[in-house]
Design a protein around this ligand. Structure first.
Ligand SMILES: [Fe+2]
Ligand SMILES: [Fe+2]
Length: 172
């Protein structure tokens, strides 16, 4: 069982690992794959914080200014993420754009781990319960994404002739 702050720090660490992997990888195709994966992870992380963690902090601790700033930084990250996602592996600016994202995230993580999370950990918030909600929501979001990805793949595939259905007596 992980507490909300443990889950958040674990995600941050995972992002940092992916940033390093991007840096070390040479091939453009592989770089793009890592970039896309990092974007997906970050989008889910941001959603979990915005939907569950930040509202819980707001409710118990207030901290309006800190949360407002966090939200703005998320917005900034999302704009860069959508640009990274649109870029192809061959795009000369992919590395530059990704570096921008890394910088944005690192700054945000520093603030979260340096200011927000310590305050939360000192409080009497039920972090295990919030962690559970986040884990559940992550599952849902992952499933939704897989579904859309499958649908996208299907729609880009060559249309196959639909198999003829035999009429059966039973209702569908
Ligand atoms: Fe975070
Ligand atoms: Fe955040």
């Amino acid at each position: 069982m992980f507490s909300a702050t443990q889950l958040i720090k674990r995600d941050h660490k995972k992002a940092e690992d992916m940033f390093n992997k991007f840096e070390k990888t040479k091939k453009a195709e592989a770089k793009k794959r890592i970039a896309d994966q990092a974007c997906q992870e970050l989008e889910i992380h941001a959603a979990l914080e915005e939907e569950i963690f930040y509202p819980a902090v707001r409710k118990t601790l207030g901290e309006e200014d800190m949360l407002e700033e966090a939200k703005q930084e998320h917005q900034q990250a999302k704009e860069i993420i959508s640009e990274v996602k649109r870029m192809s592996a061959e795009d000369d600016h992919l590395e530059e754009k990704f570096a921008e994202l890394v910088e944005c995230i690192q700054h945000h993580v520093e603030e979260e781990e340096g200011e927000l999370l310590p305050k939360v950990e000192e409080s009497d918030m039920d972090l295990v319960n919030i962690g559970e909600q986040m884990t559940e929501r992550r599952e849902e979001l992952m499933q939704q994404r897989q579904k859309t990805q499958r649908a996208q793949k299907k729609s880009t595939r060559k249309p196959k002739k639909a198999p003829r259905r035999r009429k059966s007596g039973r209702a569908a």
